[in-house]
Design a binder for this molecule. Structure first.
Ligand code: NAD
Ligand code: TYD
Length: 360
């Protein structure tokens, strides 16, 4: 069986990928993660007795550690999920985003290139460096613009998006300049189990269950294209197995929703799953001051991955959201663990000054 090095595998998407990879026996996994605030040791606790899974704490920007690590573990592929990933945090403190997303990816590419050059011709043919990126690198769409394609020009608007765009360009350059066999995927907003509750969907589920306000930035009409995380993981594996090297693929859910519609859907599902007498969760909806530079609309044109690799999302938004809410209802220990002191500090930092800007 092949061995994959997963970076950032203790975060949301990486952990879902690892659990699926072990369940489906896609590969043995070594997970290299710095364990920032966004990770949770409980997330992969179920793999503690799995001999096909190994965890190493480390930073993708620590080139010495990565050099030794690659020589020791000899992976057949590297999938780079590691990143600072939250737009609001990138607005309040962009430094960490440049450090990990740009410089960290650069160091990881350097180490991968040195490692690749030492591989036998046979192993070089099989080796892949797959970089996980986002649709946010393409900027913002109007209501009538066509969806993002792989050849849409990059126009990142937030420090997060700019740092991911920088990393995508470096990955591209390492393919064209050094022949490193890279692949890049640009995915839309993911949702599902194990997402840190700073992102919209888990934040709304947990605030609602705790009777707290449900903060909607601006007028709530910003649009995102939501994809269930397992669909994303399957697309990543398919690209890794079947794509020609140097390719990029957009991955989306064909599921554009306004933020207000998403929050109202969560409230309606919670009214059924966790009903409270004479109370509707939607009464907690609170419009607050907008995010600076808030992109209006994202939409993905997934026709290339559908045509080339036959991938399409399997989960509908209704069924995916139901599974997600049920997961948060059934995993209160995980939730308590991530809502630690540092989480409260973040909530105060991000929402303290927003207050209710508009009534609902
Ligand atoms: P996340 O924030 O939940 O997890 C990121 C993980 O990376 C954490 O476990 C963290 O500890 C680790 N990490 C951070 N800096 C590191 C470093 N320097 N070295 C090693 N590990 C480090 O993020 P996520 O939502 O799982 O996103 C994973 C990837 O997918 C990111 O690259 C992100 O840009 C991309 N992406 C995310 C979404 C989404 O909706 N969440 C959509 C498209 C693309
Ligand atoms: P988020 O989950 O942070 O993802 P991204 O900014 O990467 O798309 O936010 C999704 C959308 O929800 C985005 O338009 C911002 C909005 N949002 C709110 O309205 N309120 C909130 O408290 C948060 C965190 C996000």
């Amino acid at each position: 069986m092949q061995t994959f090095l997963i970076t950032g595998g203790a975060g949301f998407i990486g952990s879902n990928f690892i659990l699926k990879a072990r369940k489906e026996q896609w590969a043995n996994i070594i997970n290299l993660d710095k364990l920032t605030y966004a990770s949770n040791p409980l997330t992969l606790a179920e793999l503690q007795d799995d001999s096909g899974y190994n965890f190493v704490r480390g930073d993708i920007g620590d080139i010495e550690l990565i050099n030794n690590f690659l020589d020791q573990h000899q992976p057949d592929a590297i999938i780079n999920f590691a990143a600072e990933s939250h737009v609001d945090r990138s607005i309040l403190s962009p430094q960490d985003f440049i450090q990990t997303n740009v410089l960290g990816t650069f160091q990881l590419l350097e180490a991968s290139r040195a490692y690749y050059e030492k591989l036998s011709a046979q192993r070089q043919k099989q080796f892949r460096f797959l970089h996980i990126s986002t649709d946010e690198v393409y900027g913002s769409l109007t209501q009538t613009d066509p969806a993002f394609r792989e050849d849409t020009p990059y126009a990142p608007n937030s420090p997060y998006a700019a740092s991911k765009a920088g990393s995508d360009h470096l990955v591209r350059a390492y393919y064209h300049t050094y022949g490193l066999p890279t692949l890049t995927t640009n995915c839309s907003n993911n949702y599902g189990p194990r997402q840190f509750p700073e992102k919209l969907i888990p934040l709304i589920i947990l605030n609602a269950l705790n009777g707290k306000p449900l903060p909607i930035y601006g007028d709530g009409q910003n649009i995102r294209d939501w994809l269930y995380v397992e669909d994303h993981c399957e697309a990543v594996y398919l690209v890794l197995q079947q794509s020609s090297i140097g390719e990029t693929y957009n991955i989306g859910g064909n599921n554009e929703q306004t933020n207000l519609a998403v929050v109202e859907k969560i409230c309606a599902l919670l009214d059924e799953l966790a009903p409270k007498p004479n109370f509707h969760y939607s009464s907690l909806i609170t419009f607050v001051k907008d995010r600076p530079g808030h992109d209006r609309r994202y939409a993905i044109d997934s026709s290339k991955i559908k045509q080339d690799l036959g991938w399409e999302p399997k989960e509908s938004f209704d069924s995916g959201l139901l599974k997600t809410i049920q997961w948060y209802l059934n995993n209160s220990t995980w939730v308590e663990q991530v809502q630690s002191g540092a989480y409260h500090t973040w909530i105060q930092q991000n929402y303290g000054d927003r207050k209710a800007a508009l009534s609902h």
